[in-house]
Write a protein that binds this ligand. Sequence first.
Ligand SMILES: [Zn+2]
Length: 437
Amino acid sequence: MKYWNPYLETLPRKRYNEIELSYFRNMLSYAKEHSMLYRDKLKGIESKDIQSLDDLKGIPFTEKEEMRKYQDMDPFPYGGLLGSEIGKVTTFRQTSGTTGKPVYVPETYESWQWRVEAWCHILYMAGFRPHHRIFLPFVYNVYVAFWEGHYAAEKLGCELVPGGGLDTKGRINKILEIRANAMMNTPTYGLHIAEEAKAIGIDPASLGIERMLCAGEPMPSATRKRLEELYHCHVFDHIGGTEPCAWAGMCEAKDGMHLIEPFFLVEILDRETLQKEVEEGEVGVAVVTPLGRRSFPLIRFNTKDLVIKGKETCSCGRTSRKIKEVVGRIDDLRKIRGVLFSPKTVEEVIRKGYAEVMEYEIVVERKGIMDDVTLRVEFPPNFDPKKADQIKSRLREDLKVKTNLSFLVQIESPGSLPRYMLKAKRFRDMREGEKNE
Ligand SMILES: [Zn+2]
């Protein structure tokens, strides 16, 4: 079978719009009735007023900051965000809290199944099938990664191997021992496993991984391709978060990511005004409404993800709209010496042309009135210093072209920079008054 849900994945655009609008109206009425946040927030807005996608404009966005305020109410710990009876909650998850107090997310059995079904779309379109034995090199905990992936893979009929409680070497040995042929991991950790495997004399391509689904961090296409080269496998990306769920996934055409319609109503809005839907190829902010999850209603959630809107057609035959690429988080965009800078550009440069760079970190500091931006890089042990110097100057030139900024490039000793399993934090802004996640 080509699609997980042949009916829902190939609807005409008009039908998607009708279904999504109708679900949106239902969700709006439900949220007003069951969640304190929306009882207050949507006063005076009636679902019957929403007759077209254009009518969404009059509905306020939901921002993370206000969610924290309502969370402090009763009942503990979800407060005014809860959309179901507290006794019906079966699963607790939380956000990482990198931007402040974590948001606690309640799921009932039904809402969790809804999330899992959306994830089935993501895994199936990335080619995951029952013959896959998926290794999860990961510790499960209060965060959502990779619980949905686990349950969805099970629903698809795949075999899951939880790889928590082992160090990286232990995980590599386990993959070989049980002949796992697929993985779900962060891009960073995928690179790290490859690095460790090489260090103990194992070619990552010989691990036998055929398919990899990445999550947790925005992945430049250069990183995806790098992983494909290292493992000789197919690597897929998806977009999601703890609050809005996973709302887009990459199909085997690997040309952008399909919105999971009609599970979500996704708007890609002009980042200056947050009013107008952007055109194909333009950058916008993703605003997401999950349409079937009642335990934690979210109406027009501002994800603060900057994405490039993709094509409306795909060689895979799915008719859902597409995201071409994730640019990064609005919160990660900084002005450095008057230039707008996204850390993702640096990752793109490094993964594309500098396989020798094992790890890196960007540090911005203010020296007097000037901003200094330093790239700290790590090479493998016993790396030829002459070659390192050549790479250093080539990097400086490439970064100048791509970011319009002059970087200081500093070589660090092997293993001195931090390694990450979950969200990598390779960007530190030390200037006073600047946000530093
Ligand atoms: Zn496709």
